[in-house]
Design a protein around this ligand. Structure first.
Ligand code: ITT
Length: 199
């Protein structure tokens, strides 16, 4: 039987990142009854995989097992071409235990200075995984390419948004109307693939 997500299904959104949770709720547009991981007191598993896909599956499976509900997880991050794809799966960890992205964005700028690169190409990746309790899982990946800019601009997004200008645009994700980001983001592109696979 093909895997399907029925409209109105109860879905636990396995993230503890409020910026992501907000975007996922926008992108999912009332299709499902969303339950937040925090509401269920779900633990945050260690992200031990080396890929976005691996960590998204790990988080979705852990949440499905702990809650008994179908779970949706996002593993995402910023990759910088001149830094050989760093911070990548370590994007959250570059912000330190206090999750301070001013620190993380400064670190990206410093690393670029260290390698003396003028190449500011970067991309965001989002792996979205859906897992059924005791059952199968599906995972897809979306990507958006762009250019870094320093100093950071705008306070509308989260994470690394203030230093990322998506291809073909002038504003950073931090300056852009959130609805515009949701039309072109890595997360929105991953969700398009999930829709094709599951809806
Ligand atoms: P969960 O694991 O609980 O979902 P997290 O913040 O630890 O939350 P990740 O491990 O996937 O999530 O870390 C991804 C980091 O990459 C995240 O903390 C953001 O700072 C950054 N990131 C991901 N998507 C982003 C976006 O759309 N805009 C800006 N930064 C983003």
């Amino acid at each position: 039987m093909a895997l399907k997500l029925e409209p109105g299904a109860r879905l636990v959104v396995a993230t503890h990142n409020p910026g992501k949770a907000r975007e996922l709720a926008q992108i999912l547009e009332n299709r499902f009854q969303l339950v937040a991981a925090g509401e269920l007191g779900l633990p945050e598993p260690d992200e031990t995989e080396q890929t976005f896909v691996g960590n998204a599956l790990l988080k979705a499976r852990a949440a499905a097992e702990a809650s008994g509900l179908i779970a949706l997880a996002d593993d995402s991050g910023l990759s910088v071409a001149a830094l050989e794809g760093q911070p990548g799966v370590y994007s959250a960890r570059w912000a330190g235990p206090g999750r301070d992205f001013t620190v993380a964005m400064r670190k990206v700028e410093e690393r670029l200075e260290e390698v003396e690169s003028r190449d500011l190409a970067a991309w965001f990746t989002s792996a979205l995984a859906v897992a059924w309790p005791g059952g199968p899982a599906v995972v897809v990946e979306g990507r958006v390419d762009g250019t870094l800019t320093f100093p950071p601009r705008g306070d509308r997004g989260f994470g690394y948004d203030p230093i990322f200008i998506p291809e073909g645009h002038a504003e950073t994700f931090g300056e852009m109307d959130p609805a515009a980001k949701d039309r072109m983001s890595h997360r929105a592109r991953a969700f398009e693939k999930l829709k094709a696979a599951l809806l």
